[in-house]
Design a protein around this ligand. Structure first.
Ligand SMILES: Cc1ncc(COP(=O)(O)O)c(C=O)c1O
Length: 362
């Protein structure tokens, strides 16, 4: 038994001295919210870091999805994935829209766009780049265009992902991409999020939406309050300075799992044409029984991986849906995200690996 519990993740906390220096500046300025200098600075830095045209910071990633749905004028039906964090579907239902699920691809865990033609007249698609692996939507792109289907990516896991050949950001694909900067994410602002788009008119509309519909003291439309505040932005600015070392450490952790875990364990098939941020280390066990055994043994040793994502969202009570999604349901029963965070000690990771192998190599 270890003294301290080992959780699936621990947030990266920036250097206190540097943080306090900026908090001091904030105390002097006294503008702690309403698009002050730190939020604007973080927007500019992220625009450059991510290589995107417009980025609007929000209070969290869920409101970013809700605003994206409204900004694109989705009225009723939106196609989405049953394999995601529950916020993807919650945002749809909260907006009084209809989620229409399509099953996922067995290999990359993302919405299988081959099934799209089965759905009659969807207004939009809300797809997820699950664990940072890009959705394969391109073979359906001409159909999506022809049918004028809006394309939103919940890119909460895809911070910094780029096409390695073209250097183009994955976030600039589709009509809108949304991000979550929750403390569990590779880049975070404690709570927070962002909306990314290439379209200037859409960006202007979104800026109004996140600020009650108000611009320059004039009320120009309906809106809501989804603004990031200056304290969040300062945390973000300091975390951003550390991105290289955070990603490098997470890469090492992820690679060690992949190299040392039992050959009976399988992994998400990633896309080698894109960069990775290594925020998650998911493993897929042979059966639900094996997964339960692994969890139970790890928990006994004070180690707490997470069942991301469980259950398959279509199985939730409040989600009205009669269909089955065998790939998503089977994956949800067998997938586990292992501890992967900056401070994780190698000796602890080796213990985790040995414990899992003890069960899987039996
Ligand atoms: C795929 C996905 N979508 C949406 C969210 C919601 O983001 P937030 O917690 O910032 O509201 C998260 C994470 O929390 C997520 O992982």
């Amino acid at each position: 038994m270890y003294n301290k519990p080992i959780k699936v993740t621990v947030p990266f906390l920036p250097n206190k001295k540097k943080l306090y220096r900026e908090f001091n500046n904030l105390y002097r300025s006294k503008q702690i919210t309403n698009n002050g200098i730190f939020v604007r600075r973080l927007e500019n830095k992220l625009k450059k870091y991510l290589g995107v045209k417009h980025i609007i910071l929000t209070n969290n990633g869920t409101s970013a999805i809700q605003i994206a749905l409204r900004a694109l004028g989705i009225k009723k039906n939106i196609v989405t994935t049953p394999f995601s964090f529950v916020a993807t579907t919650n945002a749809i239902i909260w907006e009084k829209l209809n989620p229409i699920f399509l099953d996922i691809n067995k290999k990359n865990f993302n919405l299988d766009f081959n099934n799209l033609k089965k759905i009659k007249n969807p207004e939009g698609i809300l797809a997820v780049h699950c664990f940072g692996t890009p959705c394969e939507y391109k073979k359906m792109f001409s159909y999506i265009k022809k049918k004028n289907i809006k394309l939103i990516f919940d890119a909460s896991h895809a911070f910094g992902i780029k096409n390695l050949k073209t250097k183009k950001s994955l976030l600039s694909e589709g009509d809108i991409s949304t991000l979550s900067f929750h403390a569990t994410k590779v880049f975070h602002t404690v709570e927070g999020g962002a909306i990314v788009t290439n379209k200037s008119k859409l960006a202007a509309k979104i800026r109004l939406f996140i600020n009650h519909g108000i611009l320059n003291y004039k009320n120009l439309s309906i809106g809501i309050n989804a603004k990031m505040n200056e304290f969040q932005a300062i945390i973000g600015l300091e975390v951003l300075k550390n991105m290289n070392k955070i990603i490098l450490r997470k890469k090492k952790i992820d690679e060690l799992y992949k190299n040392k875990l039992s050959k009976r364990i399988s992994f998400q098939i990633e896309n080698e044409n894109y960069s990775k941020n290594y925020n998650y280390s998911p493993i897929v066990l042979k059966s639900k029984r094996e997964l339960e055994k692994v969890i139970s043994l790890l928990n006994k040793k004070n180690i707490f991986p997470r069942r991301y994502f469980y259950p398959s969202i279509n199985k939730l009570k409040y989600v009205v849906n009669k269909k089955k999604f065998p790939i998503s349901e089977s994956l949800s029963d067998r997938i586990l995200c292992l501890p992967n965070y900056y401070e994780l000690k190698k000796k602890d990771q080796i213990k985790i690996i040995n414990l899992i192998n003890k069960i899987c190599n039996k």
